[in-house]
Ligand binder design. Sequence first.
Ligand code: ADP
Ligand code: MG
Length: 246
Amino acid sequence: MEGRKTIVHVDNLKKNFGSLEVLKEISIDIYEGEVVVVLGPSGSGKSTFLRCLNQLETATGGTIIIDDVNITDKHTDINKVRENIGMVFQQFNLFAHKTVAENIMLAPVHLKTMTKEESKVKCLQLLERVGMPEKAEAYPSQLSGGQKQRVAIARSLAMNPDIMLFDEPTSALDPEMVGEVLAVMKELVADGMTMIVVTHEVGFAREVADRIVFMDGGYIVEQGTPEEVFQHPKEPRTIDFLNKVL
Ligand code: ADP
Ligand code: MG
């Protein structure tokens, strides 16, 4: 990864909720095209970290620079930055009263980054990419969990983001649907997307991650290649966690 462009630069990020210090001093650089899988016990700050990256939470301290834009500077137009960052959540957050196509094209049409005609073409391309070209006119209630999550991914891709953030995208799914969502994510990896993925899917992490980041108690405790972190963890807290999940 050395020599590649840094696309996310996080320096000494802190986030408190009242007196609760959730992120203590997170520093990390992520490179263009890199796939980073974030692991860690519940409550370690993984979701808060992702939410700080696209300003769903405001950092208490430190600096976050994404695509050369300092998003922790309060003069930055955060909506512009967010267009470049897709986020997929455990809960799919689709609009129940809108069709799949309307859900996917909502942001581009609203933000007028595309004409209606362009957006229709793009929508179909995205639905093909997630393997559901026949579902454009369906409503979310007519879809399985795996299909809903694939639509949520397509919706995030509609703005042509440079970075995709995934927060436990398969945790709410029945086991038989996990594979279809991971398959779509693997295609994004193959396309060279920069991705930060919080997941407990160790198989996925081993297969596609360039780097594993292990968080605990608001710190990055250990990081390295999947081989380093899974086969040769150094920190007792990493070893303890892996013993529970592997
Ligand atoms: P993880 O995703 O690793 O499970 P989270 O980032 O969701 O961890 O949460 C880390 C800690 O921050 C937890 O103790 C959680 O209760 C707390 N927390 C998260 N969001 C809020 C919030 N909006 N207000 C208060 N506490 C919060
Ligand atoms: Mg979480």
